[in-house]
Design a protein around this ligand. Structure first.
Ligand SMILES: Nc1ncnc2c1ncn2[C@@H]1O[C@H](COP(=O)(O)OP(=O)(O)OP(=O)(O)O)[C@@H](O)[C@H]1O
Length: 384
């Protein structure tokens, strides 16, 4: 069967690296496979000029298709044990993971050793560029916009945790994985990447830790215990960054308080939490104070004390969400820094990729399991 496609797609013809032997799969493949040559042309052979950034899994390039559609091409530079069939199966699944607060995956390219993912292009770069960039763009983000970002990221995470065709723990929520569209609406990128690298110990091992520093829940960083509450922790740190306009491990905090979370906690204890608010935010809004409480709540040491994303979403949807005084938050970690994580109790089931650890929280032994841990309801594990 020979089919012709929009310029974004192509069909591998028989004899040229034929991947599948049944017509159904070939048809599916045609819908989202990009020809390497097409991507080379779109990105001017992955030129420096089109280089958008470099994450743990590889470089990202801007491209323009012949029909003028802009795309972002993410090279996957890491070795994966996954075969082509598994890779395309995962890509197909990720393509069904669609939400207004997620960056849309358009397809992939897999030719020879090269594997790439093709996404919609977002012109406004990532949130870290606005919040921490040298261009002092943080003033562009007024409070209304920041609150929209806080809400949008919560909505996107809620979708990943509870509504997506296959539930996904992101594992790498941080300011650089939140991209902004034309109207500065947030879209989460990088979701599901761990699915493409099964067999690895943790996401941290796969994607490196430099940028992840300070966002990681202690139980995940130290012991590899993964639940959706690890994303909640990272989200809490992100919220505090959005309110303060400061990186979580900013030198600004000096030697007394070396990270944003500890600094926020000190202010909160002294009833001075509003001192955290970014000075470039001229208009005071009481939601700012609420978001500080929300950030601290999401970063609680015990996974049980952290809210699930549906609770976060509910809090953010209401006009006010007063917080009771809360205990000291946990400490964000880099993997391997030592120290112990403690929790009260939670429930989780495990599959072959996960073993039950202390207090029945699941310890992840590969990058391919997903645990939903819940204090009140049943929990489940899915393959990622
Ligand atoms: N779809 C996109 N549209 C526009 N720019 C993008 C897009 N995807 C990524 N970028 C840019 O490329 C940079 C690097 O992206 P990448 O996804 O590799 O970052 P990362 O999340 O730090 O990496 P990783 O998840 O692999 O560790 C981003 O910070 C962003 O500026």
């Amino acid at each position: 069967m020979t089919r012709f496609f929009s310029c974004a797609c192509f069909e591998k013809r028989a004899g040229v690296g034929l991947l599948y032997d049944d017509a159904d799969e070939a048809t599916c493949r045609c819908d989202f496979f990009f020809d390497l040559r097409t991507l080379q042309n779109a990105t001017s052979f992955f030129s420096e000029l089109n280089h958008l950034g470099h994450g743990g899994s590889g470089a990202v390039y801007r491209g323009v298709m012949p029909n003028a559609q802009e795309i972002a091409v993410k090279e996957l530079s890491l070795e994966s044990s996954q075969g082509l069939r598994e890779f395309t199966t995962e890509v197909k699944l990720l393509m069904r993971t669609q939400h207004p607060n997620l960056v849309t995956l358009l397809g992939c390219c897999a030719e020879g050793p090269k594997k790439m993912l093709v996404y919609e292009f977002l012109p406004n770069k990532s949130l870290d560029y606005f919040l921490f960039g040298k261009d002092h763009k943080s003033a562009t983000l007024d409070w209304t916009t920041r609150l929209r970002i806080v809400r949008g990221v919560a909505r996107g995470l809620l979708y990943l945790h509870e509504e997506a065709p296959e539930r996904i723990i992101h594992r790498d929520i941080k300011a650089s994985t939140i991209l902004l569209d034309d109207y500065l609406n947030p879209k989460i990128s990088g979701y599901g990447l761990a699915r493409l690298f099964p067999g690895e110990v943790t996401h941290v091992n796969i994607f490196g830790i430099s940028e992840t520093h300070g966002y990681m829940a202690p139980e995940y960083a130290i012991d590899g215990y993964l639940s959706e509450k690890a994303d909640v922790f990272s989200y809490g740190v992100l919220v505090l960054e959005i309110v303060s306009g400061r990186k979580n491990h900013d030198w600004w905090f000096g030697s007394v308080t070396s990270d944003l979370l500890r600094y926020t906690w000190l202010l909160y204890q002294g009833g001075r939490e509003l001192d955290l608010v970014d000075p470039s935010l001229t208009e005071f809004n009481e939601n700012e104070a609420m978001c500080i409480g929300l950030g601290l709540l999401c970063c609680q040491q015990s996974v049980l004390d952290r809210p699930a994303m549906n609770s976060v979403h509910l809090m953010l949807s209401s006009d006010s969400f007063p917080f009771a005084r809360m205990p000291r938050p946990g400490e964000p970690r880099m993997q391997g820094l030592g120290g112990r994580w403690t929790t009260t109790s939670t429930t989780a089931f495990s599959n072959s990729n996960a073993t039950s650890g202390p207090n029945n929280v699941t310890r992840v032994s590969t990058g391919s399991s997903f645990v939903v841990a819940s204090s009140s309801s049943s929990a489940s594990v899915r393959n990622m």
